[in-house]
Write a protein that binds this ligand. Sequence first.
Ligand SMILES: Cc1ncc(COP(=O)(O)O)c(C=O)c1O
Length: 433
Amino acid sequence: MIETRNGTLFLDGCDTTKLAQKYGTPLYIYSQTAIEERFAELRRDFVERWPGARVAYAAKSFFCLGMARLVAEAGMCLDVVSGGELRTALAAGFPAERIEFNGNNKLPGELELAIENSVGRMIIDGAHELEDIESICRAKGKRMKVLYRVTPGVKADSHDYIVTGKKDSKFGFPLDEDVIYPAVEAAIRSPYVDFLGFHFHIGSQLFKNEPYLQATDAILELVRHVKACYGVEVRELNLGGGFGIAYNDEEERKPYRYYLDPMMERIAACFDEMGLLRPALVVEPGRSIAGDAAITLYTIGSIKEIKGLRKYVSVDGGMTDNIRPALYQAVYRGVLANKASQPAEEIVTVCGKCCESGDIIIKDAKLPKAERGDLLAVFSTGAYGYTMASNYNSIPVPAVVLVRNGRDECLVQRQTWEQMTACQRIPDSLKGE
Ligand SMILES: Cc1ncc(COP(=O)(O)O)c(C=O)c1O
């Protein structure tokens, strides 16, 4: 998808330097072909190999109206975690029954919106949520399909901020018998919900399948208990997302089968042994679909060399469009898009324009000699970049473009100063004369 033609970087058939001229920089550019290929891999290696399997794309990784259409057209489901993501999906015409609602503190208005629209699944994450769902269902004459999110007590190998499966987590129910079993029993007995099964999501940017298998074992234990104690068969298991992608030369993306095959085998063996119908399986990948499908394009501005120490190359964006280096010490790769065939000559620190010393995009980038006006392309910025963008330093959120086989279309326009300040008011007391 990424190639060099005549010294210039192309993504999905589009000349990135022309995209910079047309849309300006910083610019997020998504390859539609790359996204579709990920969905195709999941369809072939998961959905078509397990009856009732579904993929619920994690909207938090990258989402907008156009992405909702792409997910819908690929026949996938959607994992949302807020009223805003839900409204975006519904506004794009995404079928509500294919939406799963996650989140550790769903607000009353969000629950109402989800239930009113009859979303496909509510993933119950905390102690009071069942009661809240029941009271809305009672008032609206609805019955919702629910799963319980559990923290299986596994420690996945990733940055602390993105591991979520350990017991000490704000998400989900711990597996303590006096916590999870009464909660499940309440759902089983409730006339307002249809209890389907369990959900886990153990973390993000994971490269090993062992923690997934440990988590699978933990929920299979729950499955056995629920059958033995309540005579109820678990019909659905949601295995979360978290599959890692390569941001730099040290990391290597693994095929989905590496994670999913052993989990499927283990689940099949357990259900077969118990004589139960195999459950529907769901996964919720985000990063592994959107992450390496996109690049961010920046224009290089000021360059500062501190002799014998470091050369700082500043770009026209930074932590406002990509918070991950500052938040998780994420390491990225980049090239000069207009000098893509030139050999690397120097090691520089690519920094953003925000007033934070930590606003570094790439600490030791190996680049050809960078000059003002050059275009820097940073790879694998498709996940948790645009959706985590901020207006720090009153910097507008960049535009987002979708490219496919030489065609480019706008997904999100660049935010204007008027839009950025539209909610701001000068109080009467401060208006002066
Ligand atoms: C519940 C849940 N599902 C899915 C995901 C997606 O994870 P990833 O983007 O790493 O695939 C997340 C991410 O935090 C999550 O919290």
